[in-house]
Design a protein around this ligand. Structure first.
Ligand code: GLN
Length: 536
């Protein structure tokens, strides 16, 4: 089958759920028997989000191949249950870096390098690479930002060219917009949508479908109006009111007839009937009143929940599987250092310390680990969360005063966490950590082995520092168990505390592989232990 392309652009404002919409549409097509992949085109000039502050960008989502990508890739993977690769996130920075490298090599044979055709060709080349590397029959391409942004113009121009080169039967453009609510007259407005579509048209792309998002019910007459003014069929105007339940979005989009319309326009026929029973059960489970369970998330970017989006989703998946209503208590680790926020922490049945970089707030995280250990509160440490757990243990169980990670204290007498050997010669910050999927051998009889029910697993990593093997024997003697090791035994991947209901820390990031239908075992382990504690 010739590859079909779906383009997703955003109008009016950003953050209206374009990524979730693309992910949900991808699932609808997968459910009909097609192999799909999703690609995000990000207009910023960074090569990848790996060097950006979480405050700027939210979480960095890591793929199997070690690509550091936009958090929308997390939505794609979670909804569609696929494993994507590094071509699935393209940035302006990557495109220019490649074109400039070619120019320096002399590949262009004296030509003048221009946005059209050189930059747009490179963009199209990268879109084409998705099918080549994933085998996808339908590629969904989401353009970051909002139509009208200067930065996204080359991307939109590339899509325009693809539409004329491949034909309308092979491409389909979805425009996701926002209908603002005017309180004074109690109505939703379509005018910004009309303007946004006009803007998109002026670039040469006429949308085939408009997904109109709003916080309030969208009357049929508004859809008529959008269809008329924006020149799309009424069937192709999809009203999407905000839902409290994220995983309901595919069901809502299904009910609106989105997939059937798209397949019809692309000249495709569904290969099988979609089966929504599992998703319906999931949504029912979300709705069902359940006993509450409070989990504290101790981080330093807690003001911006998007910085921990995969952790939050993984907790949600595990809580649903365990039949509890998750309440996340967001605790700022720097507050704990000042003696604040302890009451909140103390009200939690379980504690998660997620990943992080740099020393700000780490003492607070070490204190949270100490508290979890002493009070026997179920604890899950993710990457840095594992490292602070080891630091607390070294300081307060082994009595190694001022033990630390050399990331936070270069002159610590006890660098229980230290820079990995292969990291020592590296000076560049971007894309140089230990990244992506690595195997981990589990030690039978440990909490981790019990949670996974497996002997060996593969998990995604993003770190420079590791447990210092010189302290392994002492830590073990003191009551720490190294329940997951790299196959050569050289690297501690999972540590746990003996004689504790559940104190587990992983050097990797299990949150990236949690799925709504397949909650991650380490998160399930935490929720189960927290539930037992709350029931006491
Ligand atoms: N800063 C730590 C390291 O580089 C932890 C990284 C993380 O939490 N992702 O090893």
């Amino acid at each position: 089958m010739v590859t079909k392309y779906l383009f997703f652009t955003g109008g009016v404002v950003s953050s209206v759920g374009k990524g979730v919409t693309a992910a949900a549409v991808g699932l609808l097509l997968k459910e009909r028997g097609f192999k799909v992949a999703v690609q995000k085109l990000d207009p910023y000039i960074n090569v990848d989000p790996g060097t950006m502050s979480p405050y700027q960008h939210g979480e960095v989502f890591v793929l199997d191949d070690g690509a550091e990508t936009d958090l929308d890739l997390g939505h794609y993977e979670r909804f569609i249950d696929v494993r994507l690769n590094r071509v699935c996130n393209v940035t302006t920075g990557q495109v220019y870096a490649e074109v400039i490298a070619k120019e320096r090599r002399g590949d262009y044979l004296g030509g003048t390098i221009q946005v059209i055709p050189h930059i747009t060709n490179e963009i199209k080349h990268r879109i084409g690479a998705v099918t080549k590397t994933t085998g996808a029959e339908i590629v969904l391409v989401e353009v970051g930002g909002t139509v009208g942004d200067i930065e996204s113009l080359p991307f939109l121009e590339a899509l325009r060219q693809m539409r004329s080169e491949l034909g309308r039967e092979n491409t389909f453009a979805v425009h996701v917009t926002w209908l603002p609510y005017i309180g004074a007259t109690d109505e939703l407005k379509t005018k910004p949508t009309q303007h946004s579509v006009r803007e998109l048209r002026s670039i040469g792309i006429s949308p085939d479908m408009i997904v109109a998002r709003a916080d309030f019910p969208i009357e049929d007459s508004l859809c008529d109006k959008i269809a008329l003014f924006c020149d799309v069929e009424k069937r192709a105007v999809i009203p999407m009111m905000t839902t409290r339940i994220l995983y309901e979005v595919p069901l809502l989009i299904e009910q609106a007839g989105v997939a059937d319309y798209i397949l019809e326009k692309l000249g495709l026929e569904a290969r099988r009937q979609p089966d929504w029973s599992a998703w319906e059960r999931l949504v029912e489970e979300v709705r069902r009143p359940k006993p509450p369970l409070k989990i504290a998330l101790v981080g330093k970017y807690v003001e911006l929940h998007d910085a921990y989006i995969s952790v939050r989703e993984a907790l949600k998946h595990a809580a649903l599987a365990q039949g509890v209503e998750l309440e996340i208590l967001w605790v700022h680790s720097a507050d704990l250092e000042k003696g604040k926020g302890w009451d909140v922490l103390e009200s939690a049945a379980g504690i998660v310390v997620p990943g992080g970089f740099g020393s700000r707030g780490t003492e607070g995280k070490i204190q949270a680990a100490k508290y979890a250990r002493e009070q026997k509160i179920p604890y899950l440490g993710l990457c840095l969360g594992m490292q602070v757990m080891v630091i607390d243990f070294a300081r307060h169980v082994l009595g190694l005063e001022n033990a630390n990670s050399s990331e936070f204290d270069r002159s610590t007498p006890y660098p229980v966490i230290d820079l990995m050997l292969e990291q020592r010669a590296i000076t560049d910050m971007g894309g140089t950590m230990r990244l992506g999927l690595y195997p981990c051998v589990l030690k039978p009889g440990t909490k981790a082995a019990e949670a996974y029910g497996a002997e060996q697993v593969e998990e995604r990593h993003r770190h420079r520092f590791e447990l210092n093997n010189n302290f392994r024997a002492a830590l073990e003697k003191g009551g720490m168990v190294f329940s997951g090791l790299s196959p050569d035994g050289m690297l501690v991947e999972i540590a746990e505390v003996k004689d504790h209901p559940y104190m587990v820390g992983s050097q990797f990031h299990p949150e990236f592989l949690s799925r709504p239908m397949r909650p991650h075992p380490l998160f399930v382990g935490l929720i189960r232990a927290a539930k037992e504690r709350a029931a006491r």
